[in-house]
Ligand binder design. Structure first.
Ligand code: GA4
Length: 327
């Protein structure tokens, strides 16, 4: 038996933990973006898991590596330097505090607004005061490449579901007024974790993303877990050359996957996530083509702006869409 010294426990006392599990998600749908059947496989994955892994996506590894190196450099700066870019409101540098409603996690992050109209009208100084020109340029280059890829995925979904025209979904995120954001999450190693035998420290607590599509890429450290239909949590092995994508939509047919990230004892983890949202005024309603004759919408009609406002008033783990369910 090991007796823990009090300071170690105190240090982690404010953070959530969960029971360790060694279950690995072995049947992740892998979508080869350059392969046949891609459209069908994506739609199947959206219905079953709300999550899939993209390979042969065409985004250059050279860009990914350059971006990763610059991002790590930022998180390795002294605390005082990083704090100059925070607290996030909601954009900027954040450390341990997530969102405006009291959530915490073993994570540092940079949250950027990447709305195209704002970017084309302003320079980095206006959008993100204090960020280095180099990092900001890389964010723009990366987000533009990922957005193109996300549009390709949404066009395939529209095609497979036979919702004409082809760009009916992709235009929501390619619109000049689309409301998107980008986040760099850095999970520092936590050696004290060793003391928590049988439990893991939560880096980013369980939640679903509110946007239309999220594209995630991480470095080679595990930590991401997703929740399966039966409520069990499984680890998603990291793969720095692929992207994972999570989708929302379609009157309950597509799933928005619940996910969380665990901290590691020895290795840091960096992830880059693009969140593609529609223009603020866009009405969010189930696509009529996916509904059976006579089927009613499960949700009240709402705009992205109303949904987003309500989402920012919730805690990370809350059921955000539940508030808009018809009673
Ligand atoms: C989850 C998805 C994105 O990371 C995010 C998060 C946002 C934040 O970090 O400010 C929120 C969270 C996310 C949903 C509920 C609210 C808002 C933290 C939080 C507790 C940037 C987003 O758009 O919604």
């Amino acid at each position: 038996m090991v007796v823990l010294s009090q300071p170690i426990l105190d240090n982690l006392a404010h953070f959530e933990t969960c029971k360790s599990t060694s279950d690995i998600f072995t049947n992740i749908p892998i979508i080869d973006l350059s392969g046949p059947n891609c459209k069908t496989l994506i739609v199947e994955a959206c219905k079953e898991f709300g999550f899939f892994k993209l390979i042969n996506h065409g985004v250059s590894m050279e860009l990914l590596n350059r971006f990763e190196a610059e991002a790590v450099k930022f998180f390795q700066l002294p605390k005082e330097e990083k704090d100059k870019l925070g607290p996030p409101n909601p954009f900027g540098y954040g450390n341990k505090k997530i969102g405006p409603n009291g959530d915490v996690g073993w994570v540092e992050y940079l949250l950027f607004c990447t709305n195209p109209e704002l970017i084309s009208q302003n320079d980095a100084k206006a959008i993100f005061p204090g960020i280095s020109e180099t990092l900001w340029c890389l964010v723009k280059e990366y987000v533009s490449a990922i957005k193109n890829m996300a549009c390709e995925v949404l066009e395939m979904i529209a095609d497979e579901l036979q919702i004409g025209p082809k760009n009916v979904l992709s235009k929501l995120i390619s619109d000049e007024k689309s409301d998107s954001c980008f986040r760099l999450n850095y999970y520092p190693p936590c050696p004290e974790l060793q003391a928590l035998s049988g439990r893991n420290l939560i880096g980013f607590g369980e939640h679903t993303d509110p946007q239309i599509i999220s594209v995630l890429r991480s470095t080679n450290t595990s930590g991401l877990q997703i929740c399966l239909r039966d409520g069990s949590w499984v680890s998603v092995p990291p793969d720095p050359s692929s992207f994972s994508s999570m989708l929302v939509m379609t009157n309950g047919r597509f799933r928005s996957v619940k996910h969380r990230v665990l901290a590691d004892i020895l290795k840091s983890r960096l992830s880059m996530i693009y969140f593609g949202g529609p223009p603020l005024s866009e009405k969010i309603v189930p696509l009529c083509c996916v509904m059976e004759e006579g089927e009613e919408s499960l949700y009240e009609e709402f705009s992205w702006s109303e949904y987003k406002k309500s989402a920012y008033g919730t805690r990370l783990g809350d059921n955000r869409l539940g508030l808009f369910m018809k009673s």
